[in-house]
Ligand binder design. Sequence first.
Ligand SMILES: Cc1cc2nc3c(=O)[nH]c(=O)nc-3n(C[C@H](O)[C@H](O)[C@H](O)COP(=O)(O)O)c2cc1C
Length: 160
Amino acid sequence: MVLAEQFRDVMSGVCTPVSVVTALDGPRPHGTTVSAFASLSMDPPMVLVSLDRGSDLLAVVRRGGRFGLNVLESGQAELAKQFARKGKTKFDGVSWQLDDDLPRLAGASGWVACRVEQFIEGGDHVVALGLVLAADSVPLAPLTYHARTFGTHARTDGAS
Ligand SMILES: Cc1cc2nc3c(=O)[nH]c(=O)nc-3n(C[C@H](O)[C@H](O)[C@H](O)COP(=O)(O)O)c2cc1C
């Protein structure tokens, strides 16, 4: 087995949250499903998102310098699939509103509005470091991605 394949297999075993990163392309909302998102700093509050160099959303974020992070809840797997497609129809039928001048999806469990502080090249991806401008959440079960399937978190400690 070649290294790239072995690496892919390791990463498919890593359970990740699923989010949709959004930005405004002129008046039009754009969004992309992302698992490579993490909290970076608390003071100041910052996050990081890793986007493929070929991502159309990356080009939009480079132009506007801002992005929104919609952390999906367990019932939003279809939404995650819709935003993992290419093209300009990803928002068709999707309920959203502008928040901090960024597209915010209805029903997501978490919302973070960011201004890009820095782009860092990382192989075939680009990491955007975002300074948090606003954050909001509701306590819903998370949508997770593991072994190329969608799921959610299950408690194993102290549960009776
Ligand atoms: C569960 C899941 C996680 C993904 N995570 C990422 C990611 O972290 N970074 C990324 O660039 N693409 C990721 N993708 C792929 C993008 O969503 C996909 O390539 C999308 O079509 C890019 O759209 P865009 O060109 O409009 O930005 C993921 C897809 C899925 C289904």
